[in-house]
Design a protein around this ligand. Structure first.
Ligand code: G3P
Ligand code: CA
Length: 294
């Protein structure tokens, strides 16, 4: 999914109308015949505290355009970016709120969460880094001219989060044509949640996290543009089965594999034909792919 909307149209025009129609927009099935898209997992989680602004800024400094995140909801209904259900692993919540075990995101107000240090656990130089709201996070991604693979994390814990997340995206200017076509993919492990996202805004690109049986893939293709499995589930046959289907936008289904952090694995999965690689070390993946081009 290299960024190529202009050349795509030009090439399509040269190839004739049928080729033009089948060529994808770059948030939808666009790496065909190109190296896989590189996505920074939780920003650049190997180098900076995951899911923070520092993490996406690190990804930007490494030259990484696509970043992945996880969205959840606070007790008072605010959307924040954090991976675990609990705040305990990646913040100092135990110290500040010792009696609030198991320290779940949904039991804290935004005001409380904003007091937490979400950086020190990773390294002293990140002391004081905060858990970002989705709004601040989207603004930073935009500011960095990056693109977002946004995961609704455990949406079953947060009824209505699909509509709310879309409202937030709209408020922050992420549902205009440019963002929808080129800068945004929404993914989830929860198929019903993803179906809801697709129903609420059929133009959005969506990805299912997991590896459904091949026989079930056509059902997913009704509301998903991508099937994004753990790398251990990726085989040539599985990639082929995914690619044999067209998604709701009539483009060939894409497959993004996670989480791949070393050069040999990158080359292996690129060879298997994956369309994207989600990585904690996106620079390592990018460099392996660039070398592989030589
Ligand atoms: O984007 C793939 C990956 O984020 C899914 O797993 O647990 O890191 O959210 P997890
Ligand atoms: Ca995730």
């Amino acid at each position: 999914m290299r960024i190529r909307p202009v050349t795509t149209v030009a090439t399509g025009a040269l190839m004739g109308l049928s080729a033009l129609v089948l060529l994808p927009a770059d948030a939808q099935a666009a790496s065909h015949g190109h190296p896989p898209v590189v996505v920074g997992h939780r920003g650049a989680a190997a180098y900076a505290p995951e899911n923070t602004l520092a993490s996406i800024d690190t990804a930007r400094r490494l030259g990484i355009t696509w970043v992945e995140n996880d969205v959840q909801r606070t007790k008072d209904g605010q959307l924040v970016v954090l991976h675990d259900t609990s705040l305990a692993r990646t913040t100092n919540v135990r110290k500040l709120f010792p009696r609030r075990s198991p320290w779940n995101v949904g039991t804290f107000t935004l005001r409380e969460i904003e007091k937490l240090d979400a950086g020190s656990w990773f390294g002293a130089k990140f002391k004081g880094v905060r858990v970002p709201t989705l709004r601040k996070y989207l603004n930073e991604v935009d500011h960095n001219r990056q693109r977002l693979l946004m995961e609704l994390k455990n949406p079953e814990l947060y009824p209505g989060i699909e509509r709310q997340a879309l409202q937030e995206l709209r408020h922050d200017g992420w549902l205009d044509r440019r963002h929808i076509k080129h800068r945004l993919i929404v993914q989830s492990f929860n198929a019903d949640s993803l179906k809801k996202v697709h129903q609420l805004n059929p133009a959005l690109t969506t990805g299912f996290l997991g590896s459904p049986p091949v026989a079930d893939l056509p059902k997913y293709a009704k509301f998903c543009d991508q099937i994004n499995p753990p790398h251990t589930a990726v085989t040539h046959q599985y990639v082929h089965a995914v690619h044999a289907l067209r998604g709701p936008h009539r483009y060939r289904l894409d497959l993004f594999a996670w989480t791949v952090d070393d050069r040999p694995s990158t080359l292996k999965y690129a060879d298997l034909g994956v369309d994207g690689i989600i990585s904690n070390k996106p620079d390592v993946v990018r460099d392996a792919l660039d070398d592989g081009d030589d």
